[in-house]
Write a new protein. Sequence first.
Length: 625
Amino acid sequence: MNIIDVSIIVAYILLSVSIGIWISRKAKKGLDDYFLGGNSIKWYYLGLSNGSGMFDVSGTSWMIGILFLYGVKSFMFMWLWPIWNQIFVMMFLAVWIRKSNMMTGSEWILTRFGSDRAGKASHIIVAVFAIISTIGFIAYFFEGIGKFVTIILPWDLSLYIGDVYLLNSEQSYALLIIFLTTIYTVKGGMFSVVATEVVQYLIMIVAGVLVAGYAFVNYTDIQINSVITEEWKNVFFGWQLETQWSDKFQTFNNLIDSEGYKMFGAFIGMTLFKGFFASIAGPTPSYDLQRILSTKSVKEAAYMSGFTNLILFIPRYLLIAGIVVIALVNLAPVLNANPNLSGADLELLMPQVISLYIPVGIKGVLLAGLLAAFMSGFSAFVNAGPAYIVNDIYKKYFKPSETNEHYIKASQIASFMVVGLGVFMGFFADSISSLTLWITSALYGGYVAANFLKWIWWRFNGWGYFWGMFSGLLIASFQFILDQNKGNFTHGTLLYDLSEMKAIYLFPIIFSFSIIGCLLGTFLSKPTDIEVLKSFYTNVRPWGWWKPVYKLLKVEDQTFEKNKDFGKDMLNCLIGIVWQSSMILLPIYFIIRDYPKALVALVLFIVTSTILKFTWLDKVRRLPD
């Protein structure tokens, strides 16, 4: 590492921590200030913060690996999350959620199911899910940042006491960076998180543009096309993946065959099936939901969600495509010579490219940008998760009448506890990919059914919600245990087969168990109090099966109208998915010099943006301030 690069990184860390601590003085008035910024932060700052939180280093490492191996169509792997749930949030869910005026997703759920025993059960299970998912994501960040930093930085930080081995270098680096990030996050809450994330986003933009510019100037289309094939550049696909690589790179074709996604049509079908339900279910109780609840008004919640989509994808994929181009030209022949190449090896492409091929100066900015990506995503989760511990469990059930100072101190303690548990879980993760697939396919699989039904079906009640979530979480946890112990099962047994199955293909099983829990819990208990349903439906106005509630409200008020925008919302979502996809494909095609396809992506972006101006933006502008 050159002294210039080290200086840039140190300056960035000092700047971030200083800003976070300096602005923390604002978070003194109470939990609303600490977790929501007192609903006083501008929507565009929240949008930049939200986008920054999604620009994480572990996810970027994973995306670089899959783009390298699968080519342009790999952007559909992002549907595992699914990334276009942000489109559903932008089009209608942000408005529905923000109308609650609540602090957390757990508190919000009480407006749907009431405050009786069933409502409290649904309230607690959301809080438990939020805490578990936060711990899972911290483990995911821990695994990613450790792998990344150890290849870049030359110092061995392995820790021994005598002959007893305690920590390897990856774990030591991860703990150091997590400690620095946790300090300002815990001290300042939402104010510190948003302020530092805005700065971090700007650094990430500069890093992405510099890397993309370097790759574009220093590598020619002849060099790139000597490695990749036309199929690699093809976004379309059939039921089964065609040969992505030429014969001279047969190792990569073999790896694709062994990864479990050769039947690409089935894989995409499964992600679409999951993605639709997950998207209507809405954002999980994490930092994304906190940003929506932090906005000043319903209108600003919609603006913030749309702005997040707009500012995230192009700069992120400029960085990803730039690193992949450098890896294709320089590292593809080396990796192809490794007969034991695995998907986990491809997760290391980013640090290898940075270490070996990025010049002085740009390297420092890029490393600062990637540290920013890690710190912003990590801090967002550390701010979101403890809100459920303090506001929804500790305050509600144990200490309801304490001072604001007491609750803020409790929030800080809870933050350290969540970080500690996440780091502990990270010590036992095999790879970024295993954590990614568990979070996106198994853990979220247990979330989808109950949160889909809560919007669209009036009869669905608190006990249905509780048992749907509980059964889904139970099966998701069982899947994680199987995955982490896959080497211990006898070949040919059911447990062995389940442990070897990709998590995305287990989604229908998890979803089915969750649906059964939802239906049994609902029909074996009484409906939610009609006054709660009337209040919720009047306030939120979701579409779906609400006829009995609508009839009662219509009798009381002849002017009351139900939401008839289902068709318009779904059409907007479809247009939005194309819009979002164009922002991913445009930088990839531009950097690999496929200008005709880049032009098509640009035209799609302009056309869909114009349509959404009339079908979405004009509608949002008519909402009350």
